[in-house]
Design a protein around this ligand. Structure first.
Ligand SMILES: Nc1ncnc2c1ncn2[C@@H]1O[C@H](COP(=O)(O)OP(=O)(O)OP(=O)(O)O)[C@@H](O)[C@H]1O
Ligand SMILES: O=P(O)(O)OC[C@@]1(O)O[C@H](CO)[C@@H](O)[C@@H]1O
Length: 303
């Protein structure tokens, strides 16, 4: 079974505002609510690709209830740990450019933390765990590193999609996949990356620390893939960007779904890029039909 863990889920509140002016009263022309948080996005997209997951993490209050109901009505299994404080609301403001304001999230107690570790300890060698997103301030900074250690002991595949600071703590851990964007990759190595050659070189460094597959995403500029046998650059399909929130999570889900079905890295990376772009060109996450239409427009070149 594939598990996703979202320590700090969110309701993503999308607001379209024409000509947004800071400091003024602005009125939205269109709004929408989505169950969000990176692991939850991965679960939602995997479900659209007919891959079952169980979503783990913390939810609370009326906002947490919305997330639970959304997942249940989509047929996504979950084993959320209920907490007292409400799940955060993240504002995604669309007004020509995209501005995001993410909430800090609720506090997690030591007991609630222990419950999550109990769940993770119960995973085995036929399971995979995708740990994604920001950790609330109340949890120990090395939480993902501790999860990675448990997964290594139990032979569980571990995948991380998180900030460069959290990724730094994971360096040296055995992982199946990481997907930083090129800014996060630069931050990780305390540098600014300005060329494809540098991206490939730092992605290789990351791979050599014990990560089987490294995808570095670059928004509309494409993505780079490195593992022990391959290094590819992908060009993205062309389209009109509606919403890039969740594009990176869609890549992770697309890669896992296609790799699970084909065992082939080229297909998995191609599908990952198509899934990212399908989400960027949709109001919500991309759907299967759209992703498959975009697959033929993804070009890989060996680098
Ligand atoms: N403007 C775009 N045009 C085409 N494809 C895009 C565009 N933006 C994103 N994508 C697709 O989505 C993938 C991931 O995008 P990006 O690098 O923005 O991820 P991210 O920074 O992790 O995003 P997020 O954290 O919002 O999920 C890209 O590699 C590409 O396949
Ligand atoms: O604050 P974090 O956990 O880093 O990011 C949370 C978030 O921005 O990531 C997802 C998109 O990747 C959204 O659904 C969600 O609002």
């Amino acid at each position: 079974m594939n598990y996703t863990c979202t320590l700090n889920p969110s309701i993503d509140y999308i607001m379209h505002v024409d000509g947004f002016e800071a400091g003024d009263l602005n009125r939205a022309t269109q709004t929408a609510y989505f169950a969000g948080g990176k692991g939850i996005n991965v679960s939602r997209l995997l479900k659209r690709l007919d891959v079952d997951t169980t979503a783990l993490g913390y939810i609370g209050g009326f906002t947490g209830a919305f997330i639970r109901e959304t997942l249940e009505s989509a047929g996504i299994a979950h084993q959320f740990i209920e907490i007292n404080e409400p799940t955060r609301v993240n504002v995604k403001l669309k007004s020509g450019t995209e501005t995001e304001i993410n909430g800090p999230g609720p506090s997690i107690t030591t007991e609630q933390l222990a419950l999550l570790f109990e769940q993770i300890r119960s995973l085995g060698k036929h399971d995979a765990l995708v740990a994604a997103g920001n950790a609330p301030g109340s949890v120990p900074a090395d939480i993902y590193a501790r999860m990675a250690d448990i997964c290594e002991e139990n032979g569980t595949r571990f995948i991380a999609d998180t900030s460069s600071a959290a990724l730094r703590d994971l360096i040296g851990k055995r992982m199946f996949l990481v997907k930083p964007n090129h800014h996060e990759l630069g931050e990780l190595f305390d540098t600014t990356i300005s060329s494809i050659e540098e991206i490939v070189s730092y992605a290789r460094k990351l791979h050599e620390t014990g990560i089987d597959n490294v995808i570095v995403s670059m928004g509309g500029e494409g993505a780079v893939f490195v593992n022990k046998d391959h290094a590819w650059k992908a060009q993205t399909p062309k389209g009109t960007v509606k919403n890039s929130v969740g594009a990176g999570d869609s890549m992770v889900a697309g890669f896992l779904a296609a790799y699970e079905k084909s065992g082939d890295y080229e297909q998995a990376f191609t599908y990952a890029v198509a899934a990212g772009s399908a989400t960027a060109f949709s109001d919500d996450l991309g759907d299967r039909q759209y992703i498959e239409k975009l697959v033929s427009q993804v070009n890989l070149t060996s680098i």
